[in-house]
Design a protein around this ligand. Structure first.
Ligand code: ADP
Length: 672
């Protein structure tokens, strides 16, 4: 029933029937005073029906009123018969009036209904928006674009700022915030209004009444009036204080975790490096040590590593390597055998590290020599690589290459630093090994020298002893026996020669010690070099004769030098006795001359000569170009000579060809 009453059709029909019936009733009731106007009350009935319910109910009311009038009011009563034209005309006019009224009123009704529906809708949506603004958990405020004073604030805004709406409305930022902050807010407002665009302030601090300083994320939006000008400024602020705190907390935790991880990692690395140091210091055979280093390195870095060493000649020695998976060691050996490192692959000449955290397949393909190399690289793992130099004695002595496969993380900058550290340590190991081997060489050389020196000293002593014993045997005072004078003379000359030889040897040894201590002293004076050399040659004439060498000389007159006479004589004696010693009984030629403002002394022989690689070395201490068993000598004469000539700011050099002879040339400045 209730449904029926709310049904529109029912309501329309009810009114269209009820009102004509009321009109009929009133017409009857008032017939005595309103006799001639049968239709009077029917018009308002149609009018009201059409106005309230629309055109259609109005038409129905018109028809119903017409029928009522014909039946009840137009004679003959209680019949639908129309007996006169006048009555018919009357009913037609009534119908026309009723229908036109219904039509017009229906239109008005429709307009009115739609208007009221609209205004209801408007009211509802305004209410909806207000409640939305009010209940949204973000601070929403509206400012007047002209003076930037607040004209609206929502509940969340009140709660956040700690001011009631009545305190806020009509005020500006200067009334609530410190001057500088208010100026910042206002400047942003002006930006928004001038640029006519939304401004997003990601973070801003505001001072609230009850909650202290809060951090807001605010968007300011210009609202336009009908003329297109910004009329209001809408602000929406989110309180991100808690979010920020959480973010900061997460960040702090991440950082803490990273520090912890880094600490763990560096402890692991320190342990690893300590192991490496122990390992490297354990042996002085660096080939063996490097293999152990490779084995240890792969436990900390990547999957496999190779170590390539360059020898003194700059050639690569066979590389060594290790794989973390012992089953793949065979493959690695095959790889090293078939594809030994070369300068192209190992950037050892650059001294810098090579770092490729992610090897591209195209890069891999561009460096391989054949398909097998690619297959091996795939099997061994080739996803990330780094190559670091191994330096020793300031030179690159090799390289350490680390490669990680796909199952390992790509090498990081820390890994590279660790690899470089390993490279440095490997370099130190090589350096130590080299130092050790050179110290061994030095010890060997010293031992050899001691045995040669002993031998050299022993020879004249033995000969001296023999002479003395011979003389002793010839002397017997009891029987008045003395050796014949010629024999005695010969023995004394021989003995004196042996003593000279001994003195020379001891002098040489003492000179070497003096040079080492910087205590070789010089007494400079004006000396005629030609005269000095002539005297030495004369002194040696007997020895030259004995050695069967033919001596020629070419001594320019008066070649004057400012020098230590004794020392230059010592140099001449050295060169001449060497020419006799190594001259293979071939002719010897001595020259003294001027050349390009220098005084030149040359001693030429046609003896055994000196190999090219020894021609500089023979001027070093204990260095000899022949085996010690051949011709006796200490390897000191040329060393001392060079030191003396250097002290005179001159030069001493040799030109020699093996088997063809040698020319020693001393050049001295004349005007010292
Ligand atoms: P020592 O003669 O005592 O060995 P030196 O210092 O005088 O020492 O000479 C060094 C080396 O240089 C010699 O051992 C020899 O091998 C080489 N040498 C020196 N002079 C000559 C020369 N005239 N001909 C060939 N070799 C020489």
């Amino acid at each position: 029933m209730k449904k029926l009453l709310t049904n529109k059709v029912f309501k329309d029909a009810l009114l269209a029937i009820t009102l004509p019936l009321i009109a009929l009733f009133l017409q009857y009731s008032l017939e005595s005073i309103n006799n001639s106007r049968e239709w009077l009350f029917f018009y308002p009935a149609i009018f009201v029906t059409a106005w309230r319910r629309g055109s259609l109910p109005g038409y129905i009311a018109t028809i119903f009123c017409g029928l009522l009038a014909v039946y009840f009011l137009i004679p003959p009563a209680f019949s639908f018969k129309l007996v006169s034209y006048a009555s018919t005309l009357e009913i037609l006019i009534f119908s026309f009036m009723g229908i036109s009224t219904s039509f017009l009123m229906g239109k008005i009704h429709a307009r009115y209904s739609s208007m009221s529906a609209h205004s209801e809708e408007l009211e509802r949506s305004t209410e909806y928006l207000s409640s939305l603004l009010e209940n949204i958990p973000l601070m929403v405020f509206v400012k007047d674009a002209k003076d930037l004073r607040f004209i609206r604030f929502n509940k969340a805004g009140e709660e956040l700022l700690g001011f009631s709406r009545s305190e806020l409305i009509g005020k500006s930022d200067f009334d609530f915030f410190p001057k500088e902050q208010a100026e910042f807010f206002i400047s942003k407002d002006r930006d928004v209004l001038a640029a006519k665009r939304v401004v997003d302030i990601k973070e801003e601090m505001i001072q609230t009444r009850n909650q202290g300083t809060r951090i807001l994320h605010t968007k300011k939006i210009p609202l336009y009036g009908p003329n297109g000008e910004a009329q209001y400024l809408l602000g929406v602020s989110e309180d991100i204080t808690e979010k920020k705190k959480q973010e900061e907390e997460i960040l702090r935790m991440i950082k803490e975790e990273a520090v912890l991880k880094e600490r763990e990692l560096s402890t692991a690395r320190e342990i690893f490096l300590a192991k490496v140091s122990t390992l490297l210091s354990a042996s002085l055979d660096y080939h063996e040590t490097l293999k152990l280093l490779a084995d240890l390195s792969v436990t900390a870095l990547g999957d496999w590593c190779t170590i390539s060493i360059i020898n003194e000649k700059g050639e690569f020695e066979r590389a060594t390597g290790a794989h973390v998976d012992k089953n793949k060691q065979v493959l690695l050996e095959e790889y090293l055998e078939k594809y030994p490192p070369d300068k192209r692959v190992v950037s050892v000449t650059t001294e810098t590290s090579y770092y490729n955290p992610q090897i591209l397949d195209s890069q891999l393909k561009s460096m391989i020599k054949d398909q097998r190399q690619y297959e091996l690289l795939m099997e061994l793992g080739s996803n990330s690589s780094m190559i670091v130099p191994i330096k020793a004695r300031g030179k690159v002595r090799g390289s350490l290459a680390f490669i990680a496969g796909k199952n390992k993380p790509n090498f990081s900058a820390q890994d590279l630093a660790l690899a470089e550290d390993l490279g440095r340590r490997a370099g130190i190991a090589i350096e130590n090994a080299l130092l050790y081997s050179s110290s061994q060489d030095a010890i060997r050389a010293r031992d050899e020298f001691v045995s040669i020196a002993s031998h050299e000293l022993k020879t004249p002593i033995t000969s001296l002893k023999m002479q003395l014993q011979m003389m002793l045997r010839g002397v017997n005072p009891e029987r008045g026996l003395t050796p014949p004078p010629e024999k005695l003379m010969k023995a004394l000359v021989n003995s004196s020669n042996q003593v000279d030889r001994l003195t020379l040897l001891i002098e040489d040894l003492l000179d070497v010690t003096r040079i080492a201590r910087g205590k070789l002293t010089y007494h400079f004076e004006e000396v005629n070099l030609s005269k000095l050399v002539r005297e030495v040659l004369e002194r040696f004439s007997e020895e030259i004769q004995f050695s069967k060498c033919e001596l020629t000389f070419d001594l320019e007159d008066s070649v004057m030098v400012y020098c230590d006479r004794y020392r230059i004589e010592q140099v001449t004696v050295n060169l001449l006795s060497n020419a006799i010693k190594y001259g293979a009984n071939q002719p010897i030629h001595a020259i003294v001359k001027h050349e390009a403002g220098k005084a030149i002394l040359m001693i030429q022989d046609k003896g055994m000569g000196i190999p090219k690689d020894m021609q500089t070395k023979i001027f070093e201490r204990f260095e000899r170009a022949i085996s010690s068993t051949n011709i006796s000598g200490l390897g000191l004469g040329l060393y001392i000579s060079k030191q003396i000539i250097d002290a005179h700011q001159g030069t001493i050099e040799v030109e020699s060809e093996l088997g063809k002879g040698s020319t020693f040339k001393v050049s001295l400045p004349t005007g010292l």
